[in-house]
Design a binder for this molecule. Structure first.
Ligand code: MLT
Length: 334
């Protein structure tokens, strides 16, 4: 009899432990289950309003807002080539209500900053990729060279007086400028801005001569003929801008494509990351978004790339690719 009671007690204790462990695994924090709980999501854009990153962010934010049922507010926290905004999100509360929308700069910053203040792979949860955007080298219309070939000789003869705008060390325009100067074997005078939106104003006004920018920012000026496009900064021409020769046609071995992605602070519950990624996947598949990006020369990613695991692989590969290239150029931001 005694033996039987002990056996029953042991079995009961084991069952209770098993039940408790099962419930613990199933118990997702209430906040995660209720996310977004009626509260807005803030998307930090690490460049000035009105620029290419801001444009992608606002378009995708509107669509995600419909999926999440709450506003997605844009917070332009610019400066230091995008690293100020990225660091702000790395330090934000991991509750899903603060996310980062950034581009290739998340990968290039590793090679450019000796004291970056965050680790792009370790200090963020990956949400997913958004869109790929090509770059074009443009000049104010008053610059004499008629084409890329003439610009190459003009740059060599006038390097000291030729100015090239960018959005700070670590920005896409800075990276493009690095590749251009390396291909020209000529160092130009670079002028940093808080984004390529303000840089474009000075390019149009003639305060700066050249800018390498994303087509999402300069499509209007290209179509209106109010700037002089020299080359698409890739081997082939851009479908939406077939009249612009490619860098390869102009003898420039330059290839840069600006991928954009979304991140959350490390420690954001997986259920919330999954909810954000599901909203992002629906947004990138929206036909209106895909055609708007195509009209601007860009390409929305397929839903398979708007996923955490795909972004983690891509970001890792891009850090591996760009760090030696940047280190070889011997450029540091700090
Ligand atoms: C911007 O949004 O202003 C650009 O992404 C800046 C840059 O990276 O060149």
């Amino acid at each position: 009899m005694k033996l039987r009671i002990n056996t029953r007690r042991t079995a009961l204790a084991a069952l209770t432990t098993l039940l408790a462990a099962t419930l613990a695994c199933m118990a997702v924090p209430a906040a995660a289950e209720d996310f977004p709980g009626g509260r807005a999501v803030t998307a930090v854009v690490p460049f000035a309003a009105g620029g290419p990153t801001d444009k992608v962010a606002r378009e995708i934010g509107l669509l995600m807002s419909k999926q999440l049922g709450v506003p997605v507010l844009i917070d332009n926290s610019a400066g230091a080539g995008g690293t100020i905004g990225a660091r702000k999100v790395a330090l934000a509360k991991p509750d899903g209500h603060t996310i980062l929308i950034h581009h290739i700069g998340m990968a290039t910053a590793v090679g450019l900053y000796r004291n970056l203040g965050f680790d792009p792979l370790k200090d963020f949860e990956m949400v997913g990729e958004i869109a790929d955007v090509p770059m074009v080298l443009l000049a104010n219309k008053s610059l004499p060279p008629a084409d890329m070939k003439a610009l190459v000789s003009y740059a060599k003869a006038n390097a000291a007086s030729l100015s090239l705008a960018n959005a700070g060390i670590g920005s896409a325009s800075h990276l493009c400028g690095l590749l251009l100067q390396s291909a020209l074997q000529t160092e130009l005078t670079t002028i940093p801005y808080k984004g390529t939106a303000p840089a474009l104003v000075d390019l149009m006004g003639g305060q700066v001569n050249l800018l390498c920018d994303q087509t999402t920012n300069v499509a209007g000026q290209i179509k209106a003929g109010s700037l002089k496009p020299y080359a698409a900064m890739q081997p082939q021409r851009i479908d939406a801008f077939k009249d612009i020769p490619s860098a390869a046609e102009s003898g420039l071995p330059v290839e840069v494509k600006i991928w954009h992605a979304m991140y959350a602070p490390k420690g954001t519950p997986q259920a919330i990351v999954d909810r954000l990624s599901a909203a992002l996947q629906s947004a990138v598949e929206d036909q209106g978004f895909r055609s708007k990006m195509a009209d601007l020369g860009a390409q929305a990613v397929p839903a398979a790339r708007a996923r955490p695991e795909s972004l983690r692989t891509h970001l890792g590969n891009e850090i591996t690719k760009w760090t030696p290239i940047i280190r070889k150029a011997g450029v540091y931001a700090d």
